[in-house]
Structures are given as C-alpha cells and as structure tokens.
Design a protein around this ligand. Structure first.
Ligand code: GAP
Length: 521
C-alpha cells in the first residue's frame, strides 16, 4: 500500500491566475453579507473551520436539494440514506484509512512551521508554470494577432525546458509518495532548494507520515473506552449498509445509494478559505454494478456529472476533466471535475471506478458475506462500484467566486452583484413597498404572505428603493417586486430582474407562476 492512499498526482499543474484581489473581496463579501463566518470568531477563530451564516445556510441547502433532486429524485434506481458519523473503528481498518490515509509532513527548524512536503513541491512546480505563462504573455505581446499559442507551447525551447523540469519533478514526487519513500521526498525538497516561506531557510526536518483522521474515545471509563474516528468520507457508511438497502429496498443491480453528510480531516495545509477545511460536507453516490460493466458506468457518470455542473450555466470554459494517469490501488479509472477557482483550476468533484475493493475488504474484516444474488445471471458476486463524490463547500465556493461581480452602471454608480443561478439563490424574491404609508406596506405584506409559502422571500421597507435593490443584488436575490400607488389601483407591481436590472409591470396574480418558471428555467 502506498504512503498516502489517496494521493493523486497531477502530472501537469494548474494555471496560476492572478485573481488574488478578487478572491479577497469574495471572502470579505461572504462575511459582510452573512454567507460565511470564521468559526469561533470571538475567540480568534478556529483554523480551517467555518460557520455558514443566514444566507450561506440557504445557499448550501439549495445546492444540496439541487444535487439530491438530480441524483435521487430523477433516478429511479438511486435511493438516499443518512448514516451516522461514528462508525465501528474496524471499518477504517478495512477501508485502509487507519494505515494509509496520511500526509507527509516536514517542519522548518528555524520558523518551526509545519508543511505538507508534497505541497511544498507542488508549489515549486506551480512557480515554474508561472514562468511558462510569463513567456506566453511576452510572446503574445511581441507577435500580436499572429501569435499561435499552441505552437509556441509545443516548440519554444525555454518552455519545453520548463515543461520537462515540471514532469521530472512530478514523476519523482509521485514515485516517492506511492513507494512511501519519505527520504527521497525530503531529498527532492533539498535538491529543488525549496526554502521556508517564513524563515527563508532550507533547514528541514525529516519527512514523516501524519494520519488525517480525528479520533476520540467512545465509552465512559478509560479502560472500557474504544478509540473511534470521525469519518473522513461518507462513502463507507454507504458500503457497510449496501446489502441492507438492497434487500429492504428490493434494489436490482445496477443501483445507487446517495448520501450527504459531514466528513472530517485533520488537514495540515488548510488554506484558500472553504476550499480545504477540517470539517466539511460531501455529497457522495456509490453506484453498484456487475463486475466487468464498471468502466461503461464510469463513463456514464463522468458525462452525467459534468452535465449537472453545466446545467447551472456558470460557463463551460470554467470546467475541465483531469483524468488520473496513475491510479490509487483500489481504482481502475478515476477523474476529477476541476473548476476554475480564482486560484486556478482545482478539484471540485471526483469520479472513481473503485472496483470491488471496499466491499471485499469489508467482507474480510467483518466476516459477513456482502454478495448480491443476480437473478438474471443466477449467480452471486461482490458488485463493483462507481463513485461520484463532490465537496458541498467547494461547490459553494465555486458558486460564490463565479457569481461575484463588480459592475459600473450607466449612471456612473457601481454595484456588487452576486449572479447566483436563480435556482440556488438564498432568497428568490424581495418585496419592497415604495413607501410605508398609504397602505403600500399592507399590500406588500399581503403579496408576501402568498409568495412565501413556496419561495424564500425577504420584506424590506427601509431606505430608498435604489439602496434596497443594491442590498438584494449583493446577496443574489434574482427578483425584486416593488409595490407602488398604481398597485392599489390596478393590482399590478413591477418586477426587477437582478441581472438585466430591467423592470416589468405584471399583475399580482401572475407573480407566482412567473417566478416559478423563471427559477426552474
Ligand atoms: N469518497 C471519496 C473521497 O472522499 P476525495 O477526493 O478525498 O474522495 C471527495 O474527496 C471530494 O470531497 C473532493 O473532490 C472535494 O470536493 C471534497 N473535499 C475533500 N477534502 C476536502 C476538504 N478538506 N475540505 C473541503 N472539501 C474537501
């Protein structure tokens, strides 16, 4: 078994984008407008742990529903479960997490700072890639419209040299990781002359393995207590329940089990806001298939999951597959769906053909048969599994970073607008009486009482209407309904579109179906 079971090498590295400024603004906006708060903030926070605030909790709930609907509601052969976070400790022995869910750590002796050794190397490679990007930029400026980027990348001597260097480092890192050769990973850091970003020195300790699972004690007395773990993935809760679900649900292969839930990892390099957290949520689905049919299903799920992402309309150019060239020992195919975050293309979702590794291991460790009797083949076998696994918090981050826009308006003013896909927006509608008096507030409340049964609505009567529009833009509310004096005369209102800012006069009794259709489309 390799040193880090889940280490997945990237044989190329993400394009570094200089979007740092924008990312900082998104993080500040997330706090200012009630999406995400640092956990335990009044105690100076807890590193890599975050709380979802009033608008964030709504957005997160909507993402879960959107996923659940696509995976469970729309597939007759997929059902959902909600398994416990605490599980029998032997499960994590069987899955390989106890022995191999490790990160290689290294300390700088001067700054006393701890790093993930593989990340230090990856960051070094990213710097080389930044040099390639610089070369491209320079050539682009020099040659203008006649510049052929593909040709330049495949022929320019300096670029080829950089690429070869990147490949060499990546292969050496991968080999060290999969052989568990910690000495060579340290040697690689020394050979590359990587210095600590804090102290600037190259005085490193040896590399050692660090298990990412959080453990705690279950039981009241020290002698009787068992060491158990907070689950590092939700998938194992599905594996150990698969036969119960199959039997009680009379499921026939191929079938799937989906689950949304918390997972915990003691991440050492916790950075990039909610991209890498110690407590996070996963939306996972294990699809049980006949042995030999797994690769066909793997292709099906790759395509299906990519379509799901694209259905949100956040731009095809912002997604790409990264097919794993080297595979973890339990997989016979694996790919990531990467999203173009402000810090470059990074993993958003994983699709893995996990063979029969997990179920066979649980058979062995539990001593229980986990075979499925296939009535069509008249035989029993351990099913193969194709997994789709997406981080809910990463999905949230992709939406937040993509939807954040600063715009200059025709009248010279500026606005910050979150162009969140309407189906996911925390509030669908804001109801705004032009003024409190003359019965406008009462009429607005009347409209709100009807709409709030089916849509998350916000009622606002404070401040000028323009200011209220800006507040709704900033939290991504797709529609604002304004109640004015004409409403009292002919029962019509104006409905303003967040993205186009266009206003339309519509009858109050048409509002419900209009909003419903807009949100669904
Ligand atoms: N059951 C397979 C599994 O857990 P993974 O690639 O380790 O595979 C799946 O994790 C997804 O979970 C990732 O694609 C990512 O979106 C999310 N994820 C993993 N670690 C995370 C962390 N520390 N913080 C936030 N999301 C994380």
């Amino acid at each position: 078994m390799g040193s880090r079971l889940w280490f997945r090498p990237k044989l190329y590295f993400c394009t570094m984008q200089n979007n740092e400024e924008k990312f900082k603004k998104v993080i500040a906006h997330a706090k200012e407008y009630g999406f995400v708060f640092q956990s335990s903030e009044i105690y100076d926070g807890l590193s890599a742990v975050y709380d979802y605030a009033q608008n964030g909790a709504e957005l997160k709930k909507n993402v879960k529903e959107y996923w659940w609907k696509a995976m469970v509601q729309m597939h007759e052969n997929i059902v959902g479960i909600d398994s416990a976070i605490f599980m029998h400790p032997t499960i994590w022995k069987a899955s390989g997490h106890v022995d191999a869910f490790n990160d290689p750590l290294i300390d700088n002796k001067d700054s006393k700072k701890r790093y993930r050794a593989d990340v230090l190397v990856e960051d070094h490679v990213a710097k080389i890639e930044a040099k390639i990007n610089k070369e491209v930029e320079k050539a682009q400026n020099r040659f203008g419209d006649t510049f052929d980027k593909e040709q330049f990348l495949s022929t320019n001597a300096r670029v080829l040299e950089y690429k070869a260097k990147m490949d060499e480092i990546s292969h050496r890192l991968y080999k060290g990781m999969s052989d568990g050769n910690l000495e060579d990973i340290k040697q690689l850091i020394i050979d590359l002359e990587i210095a600590c970003p804090i102290s600037g020195t190259k005085s490193w300790t040896d590399v050692r393995q660090f298990n990412l699972m959080f453990s705690t004690q279950m039981g009241s007395t020290a002698e009787g207590a068992n060491e158990i773990y907070l689950r590092p993935e939700t998938a194992q809760g599905i594996f150990v329940n698969y036969l119960n679900v199959q039997k009680t649900g009379r499921m026939k292969i191929p079938f799937g089990i989906a689950q949304i839930g918390k997972a915990f990892r003691n991440e050492i390099v916790a950075r990039q806001f909610i991209f890498r957290m110690r407590e996070f949520e996963q939306m996972e689905m294990q699809f049980f298939v006949r042995p030999g049919e797994e690769l066909q299903w793997y292709e099906y799920w790759k395509e299906t999951r990519m379509k799901w992402h694209l259905s949100l309309g956040m731009g095809q150019e912002n997604y790409r597959f990264h097919n794993h060239e080297k595979l973890a020992h339990y997989a016979n195919a694996a790919a990531d769906i990467e999203f173009n975050f402000p810090f470059g293309f990074k993993e958003l979702e994983g699709i893995h053909s996990r063979t029969d590794f997990d179920l066979t291991a649980h058979e062995k460790f539990s001593g229980k048969k986990l075979r499925y009797f296939d009535p069509e083949l008249n035989e029993s076998y351990v099913p193969y599994v194709v997994e789709t696994s997406i981080g809910l918090d990463r999905m949230f981050l992709s939406i937040l970073t993509h939807s954040y826009n600063e715009e200059k308006l025709d009248d010279g003013s500026e606005r910050v607008v979150l162009r969140i896909p309407a189906v996911l927006a925390p509030y669908k509608v804001a109801i705004l009486p032009l003024m409190k008096k003359d019965g406008l507030a009462e009429k607005a409340r009347e409209i709100m009482d009807v709409l709030k049964v089916d849509f998350m609505c916000q009622y606002e009567e404070k401040d000028a209407i323009g200011k209220r529009y800006r507040r709704q833009d900033a939290i991504g509310t797709p529609y604002c309904i304004t109640v004015d004096h004409q409403t009292l005369e002919d029962n019509t209102v104006t409905i303003r579109d967040r993205d186009t800012m266009e206003q339309q006069r519509v009858a109050v009794n048409e509002l419900h179906s209009m909003i419903y259709n807009k949100i669904r489309s």
